[in-house]
Design a protein around this ligand. Structure first.
Ligand code: DQQ
Length: 518
């Protein structure tokens, strides 16, 4: 057992798992680390049929320090098997942490490209895996890139996107150029060990917009992820107009702000942006996403659902951080991306309730939908008249049919513009989600196109983890109710037609006690 060496390591490692498992706010069907700290998804991939999820892990406690690569596998994208830690800091270029990175298939050899941290700075490192991907050997030549590009005045330099293009490997490293903006530096290699610097793929403009804007591009881009959405691969001529997508997590001076993406075209050594988009309206609650193409050709994305409670509360709870459900990413008709939870998740659906199609009119008269719980999957098809509002309450501690004022409730709102256009808004109101005054209850919202007022709404609730999709646009967040409320209710203002409503309770995926060091 590692000695308690850090001031935040106030919970003995022996107690972490029991504490974490006793927490009623801990999700039961999302992937979480056995206990301690989890952040970014890393090395997400499918290898000989098995899906691999590596993740930033601190088994010492629920705080970010001396990060290792935790590892879990699944064959169904639903239930996970904990595997031994894949990478651990050791004397040398990753002595202070094995930060984020990716897995690539180097002619049959599983190979990790990650950021080794030493003396407060990160540099690219490589490790190769055994055929079962369970043991890893660091390259003696690490770091494989000795320093950031000469002459660049950078804010930070880390995280990797690596792909094969023709006979070469290409790599992006996330960074930022002072007084300019976030960027991704492009490199090329024939062996993943020796890299030629090509130049910045594209540089953002941090002077554009305000740091408080939900689409401010920040002073550094973490966890860059470049891919072709739809048919074709990076660098090939697009047969059907599928956009190339550059995903990044906007960072500023230690603040993890939000994930964004540029659509555009990657050609030659540059990326020509067409449009900037918010990737998830929950902002930092779906941070550092990483994606891969699975063996059936689907683009699958995971993101880190950060906590919204204080550092001290995380440490006390013995765990921190949730991995999102796997999301399938597709190009939308409007050139932006659409996201949906992997259909495999439906396997966890248990008790079912549905409502017959009906029209709600009037002023927020609550409707009992016959399902309650802290682990739910709700699927609704709706049609909103101009100006109409639909309000869906979950985790309510009082039955809205008998009392007008629940003490706690998390509220999801859909509103269609009054002018009869397709414009609408998705909003998550967490102001009454918790009586705990210390948790984050900031409003989250964004525009959602509603053709003819139609909305497909999917809400997946797993205790403190909430993933919402409105016409394929996600809003992810965390909530911390204190009263254990399980009521679900629906109310409308104006005219909302419920075309269909199905609700399921969701089973958990964990059995037995997990080990911090599988
Ligand atoms: N987290 C990692 C970094 C990355 C950041 C360290 C994003 O590699 O930039 O745990 O959350």
């Amino acid at each position: 057992m590692t000695e308690l060496t850090h001031p935040l390591a106030t919970v003995p490692q022996d107690d972490l798992v029991a504490r974490a498992e006793a927490d009623p706010l801990r999700p039961r069907f999302h992937f979480v680390s056995p206990a301690g700290w989890l952040n970014d998804p890393n090395g997400v991939s499918q290898w000989n049929g098995t899906y691999h999820l590596f993740y930033q892990y601190n088994p010492e406690g629920a705080f970010h320090r001396r990060i290792q690569w935790g590892h879990a596998t699944t064959t169904d994208l639903v239930t996970w098997t904990d595997r031994p830690v894949a990478l651990e800091p050791s004397a040398g270029p990753d002595a202070e942490g094995c930060w984020s990175g990716v897995l690539v298939n180097d002619c049959g050899t599983p190979t990790l490209v990650y950021s080794g941290r030493l003396e407060g700075k990160e540099l690219p490192c490589v490790a190769v895996g055994s055929p079962d991907l369970l043991s890893w050997t660091k390259d003696p030549g690490n770091p494989v890139i000795a320093a950031p590009p000469v002459g660049a005045d950078i804010t930070a330099y880390r995280d990797h996107c690596v792909w094969r293009e023709g006979t070469k490997w290409r790599q992006l490293v996330g960074s930022g150029i002072r007084q300019r903006g976030g960027t991704a530096f492009l490199y090329e290699s024939s062996d993943l060990r020796s890299w030629d610097y090509i130049g910045p793929l594209f540089i953002g403009d941090a002077s554009h917009g305000d740091p408080a804007d939900t689409d401010w591009t920040g002073t550094m881009w973490e966890c860059v992820d470049l891919f072709r959405a739809g048919k074709g691969s990076l660098g090939s001529a697009p047969s059907d107009g599928s956009p190339d997508v550059l995903v990044f997590s906007a960072w500023n001076d230690g603040d993890t702000l939000h994930p964004l993406y540029w659509t555009g075209r990657y050609a030659g050594d540059t990326f020509k942006p067409a449009a900037l988009h918010r990737l998830d309206y929950g902002g930092r609650f779906f941070y550092a996403p990483q994606s891969f193409q699975d063996e059936s050709g689907r683009r699958v994305m995971f993101g880190w659902m950060q906590e919204g409670r204080s550092d001290a509360a995380m440490v006390e709870a013995g765990w921190s951080g949730v991995m999102s459900l796997p999301r399938i990413v597709t190009p939308g008709d409007d050139g932006a991306l659409r996201f949906a939870p992997a259909p495999e998740i439906k396997k966890l659906r248990r008790d079912h309730a549905s409502l017959p199609g009906q029209v709600l009119t009037g002023a927020l008269v609550p409707l009992e939908i016959g399902v309650s719980g802290k682990q739910l999957d709700l699927e609704l098809d709706l049609q909103l008249a101009p100006g109409a509002l639909l309000r869906l309450g979950v985790l309510s501690s009082t039955d809205r049919c008998t009392s007008a004022s629940p003490n706690e409730e998390t509220t999801i709102e859909l509103r269609r513009a009054t002018d009869g256009t397709n414009n609408g808004t998705l909003r998550l109101d967490r102001t009454r989600s918790s009586l705990d005054p210390t948790v984050d209850v900031e409003d989250k919202s964004g525009p959602v196109p509603m053709p003819e007022g139609r909305v497909h709404l999917r809400v997946i609730l797993d205790r403190s983890a909430l993933e919402i999709f409105a016409n394929g646009i996600p809003l992810t967040a965390r909530v911390y109710p204190t009263l254990g409320g399980e009521h679900v209710s629906l109310a409308a203002e104006g005219t909302v037609q419920i075309l269909s409503l199905d609700a399921w309770t969701m089973a958990g995926i964990y059995e037995g006690t997990r080990s911090l060091f599988p």
